[in-house]
Design a protein around this ligand. Structure first.
Ligand code: NAP
Length: 269
């Protein structure tokens, strides 16, 4: 079993650490958690997830896979130390949003880079991650990374790195869109006189049930909408308002704006 290093043990880094352990893809002794400083190292020691160290040292290069899970703006703080110890066979997996494979390759002077875009339901093993790799990444390395990423949910390999900008806009940011819609529905419930807890229960269970219905029914989305909508009824009144306000167009425009921002960030590194 190969060793894994995780540089940046915040939300995503710890999600991976716990998920890799949960599925026995690594042992605690073979999992190296790299903290920024001694205080954070002490915190990680208390969690008993793996072997923690403060700062990047030569132990990192003993790891077959090195995960970079720092914020994009902190990548520069990793570069010099990591570059100086990397060995040609190390597979570097970056989950940093908006930093391209080429930028990472150049910064680290390293060939084998895989870039992934996960989302926050990864914390529950219900995430979805799209990933891509540098040209020289081989099928063996892709499948090792696929096994690791799929401990947090579904995965998809994309040949074309540019598609990661659309992925970022759709599934990376997607949880926020969902919470935004849920929040508006709960607010509407409160305005109509329901207790917040009652409105929240009704909305959350409606979302959960509707998700399963969508997934298990052979019907298309338009048919599922029609099945709730009778002529002159309540749902029709709501849908007429959505259509009059072009809510579908607004949602699409918002997602395109997220894609555009992802493209800008990739270019401005
Ligand atoms: N959260 C999401 O939905 C999501 C989705 C897709 C991708 N991502 C990507 O995942 C990455 C991590 O996001 P996050 O939400 O997990 O951030 P986070 O909770 O802030 O975690 C980042 C961690 O990296 C540590 N760090 C910074 N510089 C370091 C260094 N030089 N050496 C070691 N550790 C260092 C930070 O320590 P300090 O606290 O001491 O600074 C912090 O513990 C980001 O690049 C983000 O783009 C996140």
């Amino acid at each position: 079993m190969f060793k894994i290093a995780i540089i940046g043990c915040g939300n995503m880094g710890l999600t991976y650490a716990k998920s890799f352990l949960q599925f026995n893809l690594v042992t605690r002794e073979n999992l190296l958690l790299v903290a920024r400083d001694k205080d954070h190292k002490q915190e990680l020691d208390g969690m008993d997830i793996g072997v923690s160290v403060a700062g990047i040292g030569s132990q990192v290069a003993d790891c077959g896979v090195i995960v970079i899970a720092v914020k994009p703006q902190d990548f520069h703080s990793v570069v010099d130390d990591l570059k100086s110890i990397l060995l040609p066979h190390n597979v570097v997996l970056s989950v940093m949003a908006g930093i391209t494979v080429e930028t990472i390759q150049k910064a680290l002077d390293h060939e084998i880079i895989i870039r992934a875009m996960p989302n926050t339901p990864a914390q529950l093993g219900m995430g979805v991650t799209a990933f891509t790799g540098s040209k020289n990444v081989n099928i063996h390395q892709v499948s090792i990374i696929d096994n690791l990423l799929s401990t947090t949910g579904r995965t998809i390999f994309l040949e074309d790195e540019q598609q990661l900008d659309a992925v970022t806009a759709l599934s990376g940011s997607g949880p926020a869109y969902f919470f935004y819609i849920v929040k508006s529905m709960i607010e509407a419930g409160k305005e109509m006189g329901l207790e917040e807890s009652v409105a929240a229960m009704l909305v959350k269970q409606t979302m959960l049930g509707s998700f399963h219905l969508m997934n298990q029914s052979p019907k298309k989305l338009d048919e599922l909408i029609s099945a709730v909508t009778s002529k002159g009824g309540t749902t029709e009144a709501a849908l007429k308002t959505f259509n009059a306000r072009k809510i579908d167009e607004s949602l699409m425009k918002a997602i395109f704006a997220a894609q555009h921002r992802a493209m800008e960030l990739s270019k401005s590194e």
